[in-house]
Design a protein. Sequence first.
Length: 198
Amino acid sequence: MERVITGFHEDEMGDYVAELSCGHNQHVRHRPPFQLRAWVLNDATRQDRVGAALECPLCDRAELPDAVVPAGALERFDDQTMPAGLRHQHRLGAGTWGRLVVDEGELELSTHGSVTFTTRLGPGACRAIPPELDHDIAPVGAVRFSLELLRVERAPAIASVDLEGADEGGDAACWVHLICPECGAFGEGVHVSGCGLA
């Protein structure tokens, strides 16, 4: 999946890392003759690449990035209470990840577009859903599950952070009211093409 470069930072070895809109990071080294990216060595040409697209193999594998924070937890659903919009092809907005957790029974998750797969998730399964990836969720009989929404939020670069004993703080918010009941899109003003509520 292609993702937009939102910025750059240097790692501890002095190599440049592209920060992607999905929350993942990707090294962009210039090491001739195998890696030819002379543009990364100059501040101006590097900044010219902000907004350009870069393939993200971590999104292809649906690996949740470190640069996400909870955007609220949805109520638990079952095969009877699950919104109809989740059963139809829909997508999460830019910068929003989903984490699907199955408590009981089975769900079938299908993705469409540049990354296409269908997988069956059983009890205890946890699956990340990347932003802007068309997908649908179908119960396989009786099921109980939850969907946690996460947003990309990059912290300022800090040399080292000791999180031992850190206070998590804050209250979980319920964001279920932001899911369109018809198309399943998340976010105000964001609807799948053809949605009657758009």
